[in-house]
Ligand binder design. Structure first.
Ligand code: ATP
Length: 435
């Protein structure tokens, strides 16, 4: 198989998953736009996370906090002082690197010159902006570099309004921004990206148990959505790697074409954040247990995942090339829950007699599934087009449909074809998709 990374990047562009941003102006430094199919898939990845983390539980509530936030939040969280990467410049070729990503600090990995790399200096990754018309120190704000702080600063509000008690969690999905020194590897590392984070608040003594629980749950989420187990691993950080707030972190890593890379970090944030915000804001952030009379600051377990980065992992692991009837085909074996379309409705041909019943079937299915409709080209090519974008099931309307009011369901992976009465399609498709 050719280089999978190239093949997936190419497919993303060609079929409308992901485009370089502002491409007509030459692109904008590793920023990306999600096209018709990519925006569907990204929504599906986020919806699958929300379903698993919020909908299927009664101990997690949602939040959608502001992206712009005042310096006080980032002072308390430690990001203003410590959310930095070590930046190194090459005096010869002017290329920039993260010192912690360099294997050898003597030689420039770009131009190969010896002794041209500068000393590392700490570079804060937060994007700074100004709120209001005056660009002075009093109007400074930051774009959030993680969604987590939104949950901590709202801890009291959520506790009081949701009537939850530890152990309970607050979940949020949204954009985060980091002025990364070396973005790259497609959407693996971008300056604007989307995160899916849970802050799970527990009685302090229960921290380690819940940490193990969330490591297991989160790893299984990727497996359930189709990433083979052997391409995933849980890697514990060594003490030097730990963030300033963490007493233990394990990364869920995926085997990318260039090696293992983080999809999600599960961290024990202890009571660091709540205590910091309580101290800086002067507002107590604690839980009073009326049953026991105990008052405590909960500890926090945080599974923090990237939506855009995991979408890339789903695409890479779903990509395959095989042969059908002696013809090469490209196929994305995407789980039905995250595929852009669940169903494609295809009239056997553009024939005037077939289009109306095909459109009728489309109308019948659209309220239940995200559907594509395609009547151009021959049917074999249209199946290939759907395989290539990962559509799990096609429904074909042919001349027999006019007589027997049945249609053919064709399965992307098994290539099995079954005949089903139009009236039974919704139920049959639902069973087969197992959404
Ligand atoms: P890395 O070590 O790769 O920089 P991190 O450990 O700083 O990542 P976290 O702060 O733990 O990342 O963020 C949680 C998740 O958010 C990551 O596992 C990743 O999926 C996603 N993420 C973080 N930074 C980026 C980025 N620049 N582009 C895309 N996704 C990102």
């Amino acid at each position: 198989m050719p280089d999978v990374m190239d093949a997936v990047v190419n497919l993303c562009k060609r079929r409308g998953f992901i485009f370089p941003s502002a491409e007509i102006y030459g692109g904008f430094r590793s920023a990306y736009d999600y096209g018709p199919l990519g925006s569907l898939m990204l929504r599906n990845v986020k919806a699958a996370w929300w379903r698993s983390m919020v909908q299927l539980r009664d101990d997690v509530v949602g939040l959608d906090a502001s992206i712009l936030s005042p310096p006080a939040v980032w002072k308390a969280s430690g990001h203003l002082d410590t959310f930095t990467d070590p930046l190194v410049d090459c005096r010869n070729c002017k290329e920039r690197f993260r010192a912690d990503h360099l294997k050898n600090t003597e030689v420039c990995p770009n131009c190969g010159n010896k002794g041209t790399l500068t000393e590392a200096r700490q570079f804060n990754l937060m994007f700074k902006t100004f709120v209001g018309p005056v660009e002075d120190a009093a109007s400074v704000a930051y774009l959030r570099p993680e969604t987590a702080q939104g949950m901590f600063v709202n801890f009291k509000n959520v506790l009081e309004t949701s009537r939850k008690r530890p152990p309970f969690g607050i979940a949020q999905i949204g954009k985060s921004f980091r002025n990364e020194i070396t973005p790259g590897n497609f959407v693996f590392r971008t300056r604007e990206f989307e995160q899916m984070e849970l802050e799970f608040f527990v009685p302090p003594a229960e921290g380690p148990t819940w940490f193990d629980y969330w490591c297991g749950e989160r790893l299984q989420w990727y497996v359930d959505l189709g990433i083979p187990k052997e391409r995933l691993q849980l890697r514990a950080h060594d003490p030097a790697e730990l963030s300033h707030y963490s007493t233990g972190t394990s990364d869920i890593e995926f085997q990318f074409p260039w090696g293992w890379g983080e999809l999600e970090g599960v961290a024990q944030r202890t009571d660091f954040d709540l205590k910091q915000h309580a101290q800086h804001s002067g507002q107590p952030l604690e839980y009073f247990d009326q049953a026991t009379g105990e008052r405590y600051v909960p500890h926090v377990i945080e599974p923090a995942a990237g939506a855009t980065r995991s979408m890339m992992a789903f695409l890479l692991s779903a990509y395959d090339e095989d042969e059908v009837n002696g013809e090469k085909r490209t196929v994305l074996h995407l789980h039905p829950r995250i595929a852009p379309y669940q169903v494609a409705v295809l009239p056997l041909s553009k024939n005037d007699q077939l289009v109306p019943p095909a459109r009728e079937v489309l109308g019948l299915l659209q309220p239940h599934f995200m559907c594509d409709y395609d009547q151009t080209q021959n049917i074999g090519r249209r199946y290939r087009r759907q395989d290539e974008i990962g559509t799990p099931l096609c429904v074909t309307v042919d001349f027999d449909t006019l007589q027997d009011r049945s249609a053919t369901i064709r399965d992307r992976d098994s290539l099995e074809q079954v005949r089903v009465p139009v009236e039974a399609l919704v139920g049959e498709l639902r069973d087969r998709l197992a959404l």
